[in-house]
Design a protein around this ligand. Structure first.
Ligand SMILES: Nc1ncnc2c1ncn2[C@@H]1O[C@H](COP(=O)(O)OP(=O)(O)O)[C@@H](O)[C@H]1O
Ligand SMILES: [Mg+2]
Length: 585
């Protein structure tokens, strides 16, 4: 390498470092709203049909959460109008769930990552605080317009236009009207928003299917849906029982990592030392447990929070893993319940047969409780009166239904991203042939799985699939197997019944001829008596189908008699043939 080259390199290197410096002139901070604007597919805004379903999903789940929290039987009206036939829609969602106070209205609907749910350890449909505000942003970026919200809270009503300052992630709110609520008005929220880049379609990913499935797992809900053609779809309530309100619970030690514990200690201003924080803020962390854990630590649990380091937190997590814990309390998980699910299945699917399994609550990742419910419905019967409520999308061309899997998390239908979901994985892992169900995909079977938990491990911010945690997949598998066994019993029972029916039919065909022949042969002229006796024999032979068990001896006796009569008829048949032949000769 000569000097000249060396010099060039030095110049190049100098220029490079100058470039690096100047490239930092572009260093910027971004708001979370900007991030989600760029990555709107993460919120479920990808594809026109999916985007519209996402919008309805966000508003409806918010209404349901608010109603549940306030112990209200939810009534929701969803209206979608197409504006000027160019895939621009006006969406209205109105509920009776209590509304939002004026001072929170802007942030609730116009600031991403703001809400009442994220910070609580409590089962709800919403978790992150990005749903409603995400819709406001999507409305704004596709139409340039604010949304309109009418909130009737307690004794007043506010009407406001709300938009979002994407650079700051701050709401822009313009109050249009403020009034006292009139006497017969119910409190609640109504959102009216315009969207482009969306499309209404009646498919298995569409709004109608979404609402149908929502009503299936929320029997206490009444939804009226007005579609763009102004068709009314009413999903009536099938139960007046409001689901038990989910309890806010303390986190279980096994569900926490070092950072969680570190934060917990540092943020606690109420307790004197680390030990008392742990005892007071964690589930199942008793004084006795603290003593047990202390023996495994090389620092004193009673240190002040100021002296507590990340290293301490790490040691604590390791010690926590080594002791035995009582499972977390299950008050925090609220499943649909067998009875409620049954009502809804009968009301909406109207199947020939169904089976429901509610598993005991379990824990995943050591400390997060969840519960799995599963139902299998077989051969849903179309009821023309409920045409709107019946799934039209799974009908194949020849009218035969195909198998479908309805996935739910905390009673919210998951229509998208089925591929990497714990529920899909569990369904796929079942050896359906073992239950005499060949070609599962082609059977008229509807599988319904609902996973309830304080913390559903979604695979993405769009919350459309549940991460395949081993414990969750296993629970779903067990529930599915139980239902599959039940379905197998039903199907084999039905098969046997059909076999018996066709056998009986064959035998009945012989009765008259046989009675006639025997009566003639014996010369006793007792045709009627014989016919009756033979019919009785057949009925007796197949009494099992009416659940009357015959003894072994009885069965043998009947079989012998049948054999005898069959032999006689054989004799007669041959005699007849012989006669006919002789006539021909
Ligand atoms: N229909 C509604 N009724 C009452 N409160 C609502 C309603 N919709 C939204 N909110 C409030 O707005 C907050 C933000 O909603 P959202 O952005 O969807 O986030 P999340 O549902 O995840 O909390 C909610 O936490 C709730 O407090
Ligand atoms: Mg929400």
């Amino acid at each position: 390498m000569d000097h000249k080259n060396e010099n060039n390199n030095a110049v190049n290197n100098f220029q490079k470092s100058a470039d690096i410096d100047s490239s930092f002139e572009n260093f910027r901070e971004h708001s979370v709203a900007e991030f989600f604007k760029k990555n709107k597919q993460m919120l479920g805004f990808s594809g026109k049909v999916r985007s519209l379903t996402t919008i309805i999903h966000e508003y409806v789940t918010n209404s349901l959460d608010a109603a549940e929290e306030r112990n209200i039987l939810p009534e929701i009206i969803v209206k979608i109008q197409e504006l000027e036939k160019n895939e621009r829609y006006l969406v209205t969602v109105e509920d009776n769930a209590g509304g939002i106070p004026k001072e929170f209205l802007g942030k609730a609907l116009g600031k991403i990552l703001a809400g009442t749910k994220f910070h609580r350890f409590m089962q709800a449909r919403g978790q992150q605080g990005i749903g409603a505000a995400g819709c406001t942003m999507f409305s704004y970026i596709t139409t340039g317009k604010p949304i309109k919200a009418i909130s009737k809270f307690k004794d007043y009503v506010v009407e406001a236009e709300i938009s979002i300052d994407i650079n700051q992630n701050e709401p822009i709110i313009k109050i249009l009207r403020e009034d006292a609520i009139s006497e017969n008005e119910k409190s609640g929220l109504c959102v009216i928003a315009e969207f482009a880049e969306v499309k209404y379609e009646e498919s298995s990913y569409g709004v109608l299917e979404y609402l149908k499935r929502t009503s299936l797992v929320n029997p206490h809900l009444e939804i009226l849906f007005l579609d763009p053609e102004n068709k009314k779809h009413l999903f009536p309530r099938s139960s007046n029982i409001i689901p038990k309100r989910a309890q806010e619970v303390q986190p279980h030690p096994l569900g926490l990592n070092a950072h969680d514990i570190y934060e917990l200690i540092k943020k606690d201003n109420q307790h004197r030392n680390v030990e008392s924080t742990l005892i007071n803020s964690l589930a199942r962390f008793s004084k006795a447990k603290a003593i047990e854990i202390q023996q495994m630590l090389d620092f004193d649990l009673k240190i002040r929070k100021e002296d507590f380091t990340w290293e301490h937190a790490n040691k604590l997590v390791n010690a926590i893993k080594k002791v035995k814990w009582i499972a977390p309390s299950l008050d925090s998980v609220v499943p649909i319940g067998k009875e409620q699910l049954e009502k809804a299945i009968l009301n909406i699917l109207n199947p020939q047969h169904y089976a429901i399994t509610e598993r005991e609550p379990k824990v995943y990742r050591g400390g997060i409780p969840f519960v799995v419910e599963c139902a299998i419905a077989y051969a849903n019967i179309q009821d023309n009166n409920k045409k709107d409520l019946v799934d039209a999308t799974t009908q194949t061309k020849n009218g035969q239904k195909k198998a479908e899997v309805m996935r739910f998390a905390n009673r919210v239908p998951l229509l998208f991203d089925a591929g990497n979901c714990a529920i899909t994985e569990a369904v796929k892992s079942i050896d359906w042939k073992r239950y005499n169900i060949d070609n599962f995909e082609e059977q008229p079977i509807t599988v319904i799985v609902n996973v309830s938990s304080v913390f559903i491990p979604y695979t993405g911010a769009g919350k459309q699939s549940i991460s395949a945690e081993e414990e969750i997949v296993n629970e779903i598998r067990f529930a599915l197997m139980e239902n599959a066994r039940n379905l197998q019993r039903f199907l084999s029972g039905r098969r046997r019944e059909q076999e018996i029916l066709s056998k009986k039919k064959v035998l009945y065909r012989y009765v008259e001829q046989l009675a006639k022949d025997i009566s003639e042969l014996s010369g006793k002229n007792n045709y009627n008596e014989l016919k009756k006796k033979l019919e009785e024999l057949i009925e007796k032979r197949y009494l099992q189908s009416n659940n009357v068990e015959l003894s072994e001896e009885e069965i043998m006796e009947i079989e012998k008699e049948l054999e005898r009569t069959e032999n006689q008829s054989e004799v007669k048949k041959q005699k007849k043939l012989f006669d006919e032949e002789s006539i021909e000769e």
